[in-house]
Design a protein around this ligand. Structure first.
Ligand code: SAM
Length: 278
C-alpha cells in the first residue's frame, strides 16, 4: 500500500523546479494550434491547501513558493497565472499540482490522462478536475497502463513522470518504462522528476539514460544544500527527453536565480546538463 501523500510537500523547492519545467514545456506546446495530449503518470490530488494540517506540519512551501514574489519573475508570468487561477482572493492559499497546472494551459482541442493510485488522492483529483471533460482520471497503475496510450492520436504529447520513489526499485523501473514508451512514441516529450537522497542512485539513472540510445536528453537540478547521506532530500532534478529548443537557455537563466533566492546559507545550487545531444 502506498503511503506517500503530496499534501505534506506541495509548493516546496522540488515542486518549483518540476512545475517551472512543466510550465515551460506546456507554453511551448500551445504555440501551435495543433492539439496535444498531456499524460501525468503520478498525478497526486491536483490541488493543495497550504493552510491544511498536512502542509503546515512540515511547512515546506515556506522555503518554496512562498519565497517567490511574482513581480521579481517576469519570465514566470504564466506559472504564477496558473497559481493565481486557483486563488480567487489574490492570496497564496492553494497551490496547484501538475494536473491543475496542465489544465490551466489546455485548450478545447487538447486532452489529458491522469493516473493516481492512492484512493484518497484519486477522489480529490477527480473532484479537482471535474469541470474539464477533456481530462480523464484513472485509479490505475500507470507503470502498466502508460504504454497502451502511446502513440497518442495527436502525435504531440508531454508525458510527466513524477513517482514518489517509495521503493528503491522505482529508479530502475521508471527508466525501463520510459525506454519502452520511447520505442512506441519517439517524438514525445518525456519529463521525469527525481529526488537526490542518495546520489549514487542518480548517477546510475543518469548512466542508464546516457547509454540508452535515446537522443536529445537534458537534465536540470536545484538543490538547497550539497549531497548528504543524513539530510534526506537535499536536491531534486528533472530529466527531459525531446525538450522544447528554448528550455535549456531558459533554465540556465532561471535556475541560478532560484538557487540564490532559496538559499538559506547552506549552499543552494543548480545545474543544467546536456546528457545526450540531438
Ligand atoms: C509526487 S506525487 C505526484 C505529484 C504531482 N505530480 C504534482 O506535481 O502535483 C506521486 C503520486 O503518485 C502516486 N503513485 C505512486 N505510484 C503510482 C503508480 N504506479 N501509478 C499511479 N500513481 C502512482 C502516489 O499515490 C502519489 O500521489
Amino acid at each position: 500500500m502506498l503511503s506517500y501523500r503530496h499534501s505534506f510537500h506541495a509548493g516546496n523547492f522540488a515542486d518549483l523546479l518540476k512545475h517551472i519545467v512543466l510550465t515551460e514545456i506546456l507554453e511551448h506546446l500551445i504555440k501551435k494550434d495543433k492539439p496535444f495530449d498531456y499524460i501525468d503518470t503520478h498525478a497526486g490530488a491536483g490541488l493543495y491547501d497550504l493552510q491544511s494540517e498536512h502542509a503546515e506540519k512540515l511547512g515546506e512551501y515556506s522555503n518554496g513558493i512562498a519565497k517567490l514574489k511574482p513581480q521579481d519573475w517576469p519570465s514566470l508570468a504564466r506559472y504564477f497565472a496558473a497559481i493565481d487561477a486557483c486563488n480567487p482572493n489574490d492570496q497564496l492559499r492553494f497551490y496547484p499540482g501538475s494536473p491543475l497546472i496542465a489544465n490551466y494551459f489546455m485548450r478545447p482541442q487538447d486532452k489529458a490522462t491522469l493516473y493516481e493510485l492512492h484512493p484518497t488522492d484519486f477522489n480529490l483529483l477527480s473532484k479537482n478536475t471535474r469541470t474539464n471533460r477533456r481530462i480523464k482520471v484513472l485509479n490505475q497503475d500507470s507503470l502498466t497502463g502508460l504504454l497502451s496510450l502511446l502513440p497518442p492520436t495527436s502525435r504531440r504529447a508531454l508525458i510527466l513522470m513524477d513517482p514518489s520513489y517509495e521503493m528503491k526499485s522505482d529508479y530502475d523501473q521508471v527508466f525501463k518504462i520510459i525506454k519502452n514508451a520511447h520505442k512506441k512514441f519517439a517524438t514525445g516529450t518525456y519529463a521525469l522528476w527525481y529526488p537526490v537522497v542518495e546520489r549514487h542512485r542518480i548517477r546510475k539513472l543518469e548512466k542508464l539514460f546516457i547509454n540508452s540510445g535515446i537522443r536529445n536528453i537534458q537534465r536540470f537540478e536545484l538543490g538547497l544544500e550539497a549531497d548528504s547521506a543524513e539530510h534526506g532530500m537535499t536536491s531534486s532534478g528533472m530529466i527531459v527527453i525531446n525538450p522544447p529548443w528554448t528550455l535549456f537557455q531558459q533554465m540556465q537563466t532561471l535556475l541560478p536565480k532560484l538557487a540564490s533566492t532559496l538559499d538559506a546559507g547552506k549552499g543552494a545550487f543548480s545545474r543544467c546538463d546536456l546528457l545526450v545531444p540531438e
